[in-house]
Write a protein of this length. Structure first.
Length: 155
């Protein structure tokens, strides 16, 4: 089946079965490997991408369900060679330990700040609850999100 996807403002046509998870199309067909596989059950958040600006779990999203819609991956959030404010805050606050969950964490944090530009601690904890970090960098994640919110003019 031929499916056209709009990913990071570029159109891509792939030949895959319609029930193929978006994650595998991104990673295997399009070689966009920033989005990670974690659990395969939409429980860990590693595979988070944006669909029409909303965070979704790409491991359980059939590619046929997103045809013609706007998809943004971790590769698409920096603009004109400048890191997104969330990406910069991640670096500034040394959030990454092993790094495996970070693309999903960052994509969720970006969506949070788009919905709530000045989130409270409770907002952050609630919104980010679906993203698991096995290294336990949650305090640094919260600090980075707060810093990115302060620097939202650079988003």
């Amino acid at each position: 089946m031929s499916i056209t996807l709009k990913i990071n403002n570029k159109e891509h046509t792939v030949e895959v079965e319609g029930d193929t998870p978006l994650l595998w199309v991104l990673r295997d067909n399009l070689k966009m490997q920033g989005t990670k596989f974690g659990c395969g059950m939409a429980q860990c958040g590693n595979c988070t991408v944006h669909l029409n600006g909303q965070p979704i779990r790409s491991c359980v999203t059939p590619v046929s369900a997103v045809s013609g819609q706007t998809i943004t991956t971790i590769e698409g959030i920096a603009k004109n060679g400048k890191l997104h404010a969330v990406q910069q805050a991640w670096l500034d606050h040394d959030v990454v330990q092993c790094g495996y969950c970070q693309s999903g964490q960052i994509m969720s944090a970006v969506a949070l700040l788009e919905q709530k530009p000045n989130p409270t601690d409770n907002d952050i904890e609630s919104f980010m609850a679906g993203n698991i970090c096995r290294c336990g960098t949650y305090p640094r994640i919260k600090l980075a999100i707060k810093a990115a919110a302060k620097n939202s003019g650079s988003v």
